[in-house]
Design a protein around this ligand. Structure first.
Ligand code: SF4
Ligand code: FE
Length: 481
């Protein structure tokens, strides 16, 4: 397993084409805009080497028998799945942001299941290819970015009827040595933190769309890949001097638009080609795993609750009964989220491939809760924090020889608490509820791993309504023969 430093060094070796604010970055790894993101992923390496986190952060590979980072592991039991949820919460609390590495783990596990099933039904060779790839990922301890979301253009049209056929990623040429693909993946979490991109289709497809039914892996610096880094609210605070106004002084996340401009994928790295019948399974499998992964938001919720309690103490309001009750409510909501990600994991079952899959109904219920409860937790945190969170002067004003003493004097809370501490925790709440971390904690909670309606469709599909109506009718004496 790599150390955090080795991880950063390995990214420096990649020759990627990265754009930010319209300019190509010579050195994305050490750019201050991306540094907080890379630190968050580096934490997934660092903690794997710490004895007190090793049980959660590592697992024994069923391929090699060696100790591997859990983010490269294939779940072999319900215990593995439960530990995955616990790891997500722990890392969410450690970083206070999106640590980006779950999408790759979820793609590896989904592809393990689906390549196995395709080969069994169609006599293809995908699973063998995939296993060799997985061995390499585990051996080299790589970060894979699971890339699913296509731009999608006009949502009322299938891929082949889009006026621009590239709005879903597709195969444009098949050659003896591989395939050539064109298209893009949008809002790609952790794109610049990754060594590899694992690409999958985003919706179930019909035969007319078979050129879009493609899954593969490419190195992050493959020829033809272009990254355009996305903005986040308050993102340029990372470029300012000082750390206070960032809220989270160490960690952050990022997303990017990833363009595939006629990228050659060697055949050994193609894990699905024109298998339209299996796309739906791959999408729903990945989605179920990734909906479970939103255990991360429980950990970020832990940080936000801790910040709300801290500002209540600094303001001198922590004993007020309504504040205490709001903290209880925040905890109730956050632990409700935890119930969902633990439940779908512990109710997981083995698939024919030997890989354990979460209970897909419960994973969808969990993610549906995630689309709502963090908003309420954030609302309560803002209620407790007070308006200063959004009107406070900057760190530079605090340090200013002219006005610093006014900021120091008039922004003071409880006696004995430095004004700077009060400002720091207010900035953290700002960061989590409307700053750059709110991208992950709120809007990504809404739309990441599928928007709310996607989960409702799955809930409707998976719930056993016949069993419920039978139970009701039996108990009120309706005899339907
Ligand atoms: Fe992982 Fe959460 Fe980030 Fe998704 S949002 S990659 S589940 S940390
Ligand atoms: Fe996500």
């Amino acid at each position: 397993m790599m150390t955090a430093e080795e991880y950063l060094e390995s990214l420096r070796r990649l020759r990627r084409k990265v754009y930010l604010f319209g300019e190509r970055l010579a050195d994305p790894v050490d750019h201050p805009f991306l540094r907080p993101s890379l630190r968050a992923v580096a934490a997934t390496y660092a903690l794997a080497h710490e004895p007190e986190h090793a049980a959660v952060m590592t697992a024994t590979s069923h391929l090699s028998g060696r100790r591997v980072n859990r983010f490269t592991h294939i779940h072999r039991s319900a215990d593995d799945l439960v530990t995955k949820s616990k790891m997500g919460r722990m890392l969410g609390a450690h970083t206070g942001c999106c640590f980006q590495r779950c999408v790759g783990m979820d793609a590896l596990n989904a592809l393990f299941i689906v390549t196995h099933d395709m080969d069994r039904q169609g006599g293809t060779d995908y699973h063998r290819r995939f296993l060799r790839y997985l061995e390499m990922v585990q051996e080299r301890d790589l970060v894979c970015d699971g890339a699913m979301t296509d731009p999608k253009g006009d949502r009322s049209l299938p891929p082949h009827r889009q006026p621009d056929p590239d709005l879903y990623l597709r195969v444009v040429e098949e050659r003896a040595d591989g395939i050539v693909v064109r298209g893009a993946k949008v809002h790609q979490t952790g794109a610049l933190s990754s060594h590899e991109l694992i690409v999958m289709p985003t919706v179930a497809l019909r035969d007319e769309d078979k050129d879009y039914a493609v899954a593969f892996a490419v190195p992050a610096d493959a020829e033809g890949i272009v990254y355009v880094v996305g903005r986040q609210s308050s993102d340029t605070r990372r470029l300012e001097s000082g750390t206070l106004d960032r809220g989270n002084v160490t960690f952050g996340g990022h997303e990017a638009l990833v363009v595939f401009e006629d990228v050659l994928v060697p055949r050994e790295r193609v894990f699905m080609l024109r298998e339209t019948a299996h796309v739906g399974q791959l999408v729903s499998c990945f989605a179920a795993y990734h909906r479970q992964s939103y255990a991360c938001k429980v950990g970020v919720g832990d940080v936000l609750i801790g910040a709300a309690q801290t500002i209540a103490e600094y303001n001198g309001t922590e004993r007020a009964s309504h504040v205490r009750d709001k903290i209880v409510e925040m905890n109730h909501l956050n632990e409700t989220l935890y119930c969902g990600c633990i439940a779908c994991a512990s109710e997981g079952r083995p698939t024919a491939s030997g890989t354990w899959l979460v209970d897909t109904l419960l994973a969808n219920v969990h993610k549906q809760n995630v689309t709502r409860l963090p908003y309420e937790i954030a609302r309560l945190a803002q209620d407790i924090a007070g308006g200063l969170m959004v009107t406070m002067p900057s760190e530079r004003d605090l340090r200013s020889p002219e006005v610093g003493r006014y900021v120091e004097k008039y922004l003071r809370g409880r006696e004995g608490v430095p004004t700077e501490h009060r400002m720091r925790v207010l900035r953290l709440i700002e960061n989590l509820t409307l700053g750059s971390a709110a991208v992950g904690y709120l809007t990504e909670s809404m739309h990441g791993a599928g928007s709310p309606q996607a989960q409702r469709i799955m809930i409707a599909r998976e719930v056993d309504m016949a069993q419920k109506t039978r139970a009701a009718r039996r108990l009120c004496g309706i005899d339907e023969g």
